[in-house]
Design a protein around this ligand. Structure first.
Ligand code: PLP
Length: 392
């Protein structure tokens, strides 16, 4: 089989050696007479796989001892709700239902326009950096749960930059500031993490394990595995243990972080295949030189593509302000949409696939996550030069 050069924004390319190992080990695992994906998640054989993935995450990402590693489901999308549920206090108090709460209604316990009797408007709030669609979605969910506000929005600028620290408007009563370290659709990245008086929460879905994190600035860091570290189905969440002491009692079990910290993420059936495969990708990353190697590689590979854009005499256009260019999602445009379509068609003929930009913005996007071979990026850059020469 000849592999394509897959620039998909997620799920994404995995190391071929890992895909092959999974195929080889799929029919029978550890002499058990069955596949790992047929086994009880309480089996000691699975337990070892589960904890190896957790340990590798801790080791590779340099996670401090006072943070827990959670292996969850529901994607980063579920964290949009879990973060405010856990950190912003109860929106709905069953002992003090919303004013106007109707006990005969089938659902909807809490109505933001008619907050719980006893609802305290002085409860802390949370600031959200709206740097693109993902930050926007995170804020929308937080607003349903508690008092959340935009501490900055890049909507007017078309989401082509991140804010500087002095552009943030953080209210005094803020419990946390939420950031999206890399906006996958706009292709923009926080070049430096903010150093603030309050702790932050970060959606790192599209630059997970591509850079060193100043952990002491974060209470929660989350992201789906399906971009940089594994297949879809697993969401990795890092939570500061100190925040777990006084979580609201009204959070349903799965949504409460302590349900998972107290059970090593085995409270319910975990996504065993994704955890197994992610463990293999993490081991591959370790063998490649770990986080420093991934960080260096991401910077080098994105430079190859930005050089191709900048050296094209305006044939390719990067909409992103230079300082904020993503190292994992390189977004670019051509002058007209017909030409862009031709680019995509011819790219596919060269086995360069999934280069179409997100449906909300159009254009092109090359997602170059950890496991994509550098040779794929070089081949794309050569193709870009040839296409520009033929069509410029
Ligand atoms: C930055 C970011 N946040 C959140 C999401 C949603 O993630 P999931 O599909 O894991 O829910 C994505 C998906 O692409 C993303 O790129």
């Amino acid at each position: 089989m000849e592999r394509v050069h897959n620039f998909c924004a997620g799920p994404c390319t995995l190391p071929m050696s890992v895909v092959q190992e999974l195929a080889d080990e799929l029919p029978e695992f550890g002499g058990s007479g069955m596949s790992l994906i047929e086994m009880s998640h309480r089996d000691p054989i699975y337990d070892e796989v589960h904890h190896r993935t957790m340990d590798l995450l801790r080791e590779l990402y340099l996670v401090p001892d006072d943070m827990s590693v959670l292996l969850l489901q529901g994607g980063a999308t579920l964290q949009f709700a879990m973060v405010p549920l856990n950190l912003l206090g109860p929106g709905y108090d069953p002992d003090r239902p919303s004013a106007g709460y109707d006990p005969d209604r089938p659902s909807a316990g809490y109505d933001p326009d008619r907050p719980s009797a006893g609802y305290d408007p002085d409860r802390p709030s949370a600031g959200y950096v709206v740097s693109g669609s993902w930050g926007e979605k995170a804020l929308e969910d937080a607003e349903l749960v508690g008092r959340a506000y935009a501490a900055w929005s890049g909507a007017d600028g078309g989401f082509t930059a991140m804010p500087t620290v002095d552009q943030l408007s953080i209210r005094d009563d803020s419990r946390y500031l939420h950031v999206t370290s890399n906006e996958t659709i706009g292709g923009i990245r926080l070049p430096e993490f903010f150093d603030l008086g309050i702790r932050q929460v970060a959606d790192m879905s599209s630059d997970y394990l591509t850079r060193v994190i100043p952990w002491d600035r974060f209470d929660v860091v989350y992201g789906g595995a399906q971009k940089n570290i594994g297949p879809a189905g697993l969401t990795v969440v890092f939570v500061r243990n100190a925040i777990l002491d006084d979580l609201p009692s009204t959070i349903p079990a799965y949504l409460r972080y302590t349900t998972h910290t107290e059970t090593d993420s085995l409270a319910n059936t975990p996504p065993v295949f994704a955890i197994w495969a992610t463990g293999k990708v993490l081991q591959w990353m370790k063998d490649q030189g770990g986080l420093p190697a991934m960080e260096k590689r991401a910077a080098e590979r994105s430079s190859i593509l930005y050089d191709a854009i900048d050296g094209s005499d305006g044939f390719y256009i990067s909409p992103v302000e230079r300082t904020y260019r993503s190292h994992t999602n390189v977004v670019f445009r051509l002058g007209d949409e017909q030409l862009e379509q031709r680019f995509l068609t011819e790219a596919e003929e060269h086995r360069l696939v999934n280069l179409k930009g997100h449906r909300s913005v159009g254009g092109m996007r090359a997602s170059i996550y950890n496991a994509l071979p550098t040779s794929s990026v070089e081949i794309l850059s050569e193709f870009m030069a040839d296409f520009a020469a033929a069509n410029g």
